[in-house]
Design a protein around this ligand. Structure first.
Ligand SMILES: [Zn+2]
Length: 513
């Protein structure tokens, strides 16, 4: 067994050596008996000490290298990215995050945080180590299943080596303790995002990759998870976040606010807002709606609240059941120039939104939040659809007006189509806009035009059936452009390659489709 053993030993990774395997049989037995049958072991499981070589009758135990051939995969580190074409190091391979329990203490006025994030995940491969995404901040300790783990930092990766390797299929917890003063990111076309200071606190707006500025996370929409936020702030501040609130717990100087997001959520949609807020509660049908506005926008609270309820009711009649436990909206003061569809509670940053804005962000609850991207180049599945919802709102709003005053999606399409070919609404093609133009005009406008072109081709019945099926079939999941095209073809019985190619991928102004 010398040569094969040497080979096999080399093939074993350091962690796989943790397999404890019994003694070698003596020479006399080896010559006298047949080798024992190898135990069947599902891939990815670790053998118990001695079990692999337990004798049965007069057979001879087989050596370590033979046992490895039954298919225990080597333990390897999960990848440090998911290979997204635009954000290759966003997200991490080898595990599926199920829940993040975020405990965060916020200090004022220096906006320093002390935080503990507990991630519960399942290993999707036999793991010797894995990564989380985290930018900046000081990591104090990492525990995996309660045991101290070795960790190191490399750019946006927090690389963790647990004391014991993780078999495939194992559910495990990772507890990261960290502290520091988070700050925002900024990028061309992306603006300011991540952890953003406000006059009286902070606000997180993290699309596309800003959540690692304030918490360790598997930062890609492909790995959605549920979240609990427990945020402790000085008594004079409040906390708003995604999901449902629990009663705040007030201490002598600080109050802890807990919010629970029970539906799977893409990491970029995680939102906490710390500050002073005027909060309104109501219902859209039976759905609880929570609106919170910074005091400087107090006068706009009622209108935002009422419009949110009216729009949610209309969208439910159009897109089907609302996918989450609550609805709402937040106005806070950082003037970053955009709104974000943060799950259950969109944020309008630095302005009072008009109805179109509210329609857009709430439409994302179905398109983008419940049905999420599989890869960032498919961003038109979020933005084209939410923009098209605005056109549908115009159509709905003016439905009872005199004929000349009606503003249909078809009319809006026609107005845009008159724009010259070199208009930024036409390029780059929205199906593959490039990282720089992720949130460019064409993703929104030409993306919405693609849907109108589809509607005109397949008719209203098949079109709205397609939208509702997209939502119903992929609720709390993910989708790709190719999936949507296939669905539209199934629902309409038409061949639609040419139409989608013209509107999503062809250069210049679409001509024939
Ligand atoms: Zn949007």
């Amino acid at each position: 067994v010398n040569a094969p053993r040497k080979q096999a030993t080399a093939a074993l990774t350091a962690t796989a050596l943790l397999l404890v395997i019994g003694a070698t049989a003596d020479a006399a037995e080896l010559s006298a008996a047949k080798p024992c049958p190898l135990p069947k072991r599902p891939p990815g499981t670790v053998s118990e000490p001695g079990q692999a070589l337990r004798r049965t009758g007069r057979c001879v135990p087989q050596e370590r290298e033979r046992i490895r051939t039954v298919g225990i995969p080597p333990y390897t580190d999960g990848s440090t990215g998911l290979g997204d074409p635009y954000f290759p190091s966003a997200g991490n391979g080898g595990y599926d995050a199920k829940n993040y329990d975020v405990t965060l203490a916020y200090r004022s006025p220096d906006k320093h945080i002390d935080a503990v994030v507990k991630m519960t995940a399942t290993a999707t491969q036999a793991l010797s180590g894995f990564s989380l995404d985290l930018r900046g901040l000081r990591v104090r300790s990492v525990l995996v299943d309660g045991l101290p783990a070795v960790f190191r930092r490399e750019r946006q990766e927090l690389m963790v080596t647990p004391a014991t390797p993780l078999p495939r299929g194992r559910s495990f917890t990772t507890v990261v303790r960290y502290s520091g003063r988070p700050g925002p990111l900024s990028g061309p076309m992306l603006g300011t995002y991540g952890w953003i200071p406000t006059q009286d606190g902070i606000l997180t707006l993290s699309e596309p990759d800003g959540t690692p500025t304030w918490m360790p996370v598997n930062d890609h929409p492909r790995d959605k998870a549920t979240y609990t936020f427990r945020v402790t702030v000085p008594n004079w501040l409040q906390v708003i976040a995604n999901g449902e609130p629990r009663p705040p717990v007030r201490g002598a100087a600080t109050t802890t606010y807990t919010w629970v997001e029970r539906s799977p959520m893409a990491s970029y949609l995680a939102m906490i807002a710390i500050g002073r807020f005027r909060t309104l509660r109501g219902r859209a049908g039976s759905l609880p709606v929570i609106t919170a506005v910074d005091p400087q926008y107090a006068g706009a609270a009622g209108k935002l609240h009422r419009t949110t309820i009216a729009v949610l009711n209309w969208q439910r009649s159009l897109f089907g059941r609302y996918p989450f436990a609550t609805g709402g909206g937040v106005i806070d003061d950082p003037d970053v120039g955009y709104a974000l569809e943060t799950q259950e509670r969109p944020v309008y940053a630095g302005f009072v939104p008009d109805t179109d804005f509210i329609v857009h962000e709430l439409a994302h609850q179905w398109f983008g939040n419940s049905v999420s991207l599989t890869a960032w180049p498919d961003i038109w599945l979020n933005e084209g659809f939410a923009t098209y919802a605005e056109w549908l709102w115009q159509e709905h709003r003016t439905a009872k007006a005199k004929k000349g005053r009606r503003d249909t999606a078809k009319k809006i399409f026609t107005r845009y189509y008159r724009q010259p070919a070199d208009s930024p609404i036409f390029q780059p093609p929205p199906g593959q806009p490039g990282r720089r133009d992720l949130f460019g005009f064409s993703v929104y406008i030409r993306g919405a035009m693609c849907l109108q072109a589809l509607r005109q081709r397949i008719g209203d019945r098949a079109f709205f059936r397609t939208l509702r099926a997209w939502i119903a079939e992929r609720r709390h999941g993910n989708g790709r452009t190719a999936d949507f095209v296939a669905l539209a073809e199934r629902q309409s019985g038409r061949q639609l390659d040419r139409l989608f190619h013209a509107w999503l991928y062809a250069k210049g102004k679409p001509r024939d489709w």
